[in-house]
Write a protein that binds this ligand. Sequence first.
Ligand code: ZN
Ligand code: ZN
Length: 108
Amino acid sequence: MDKCKFHPNRFAHVRCKTCFIPLCDECKIVTNIGVFCSEECQNKAKEFQDKSMAMIEQKPKPKKSIIKPVAGIIVIIILILAIALLLDWTGIVTLPFVDKLKELIGLS
Ligand SMILES: [Zn+2]
Ligand SMILES: [Zn+2]
């Protein structure tokens, strides 16, 4: 087991979260973000945490909100065209635009 950086005759049970030096129970500063050797290290860790929090918040929002409706409309159009072609093929209904469509995709 490591010895405390500041008390060579004491065992260190923890390490500073920022500089990783071994610390005894007396030297450690326990905070809600970790154990530190000094306020300086505590502040560094806090700064780092704040930065990473800010980075998470600044993450660009996914552009799915724009792409999704467009993709949905395309899927609906394809479905309608497929149904129209199917209806025409089965002879149930002949929709006026199906002939044009068949011309377009080379079915006629
Ligand atoms: Zn430290
Ligand atoms: Zn100590």
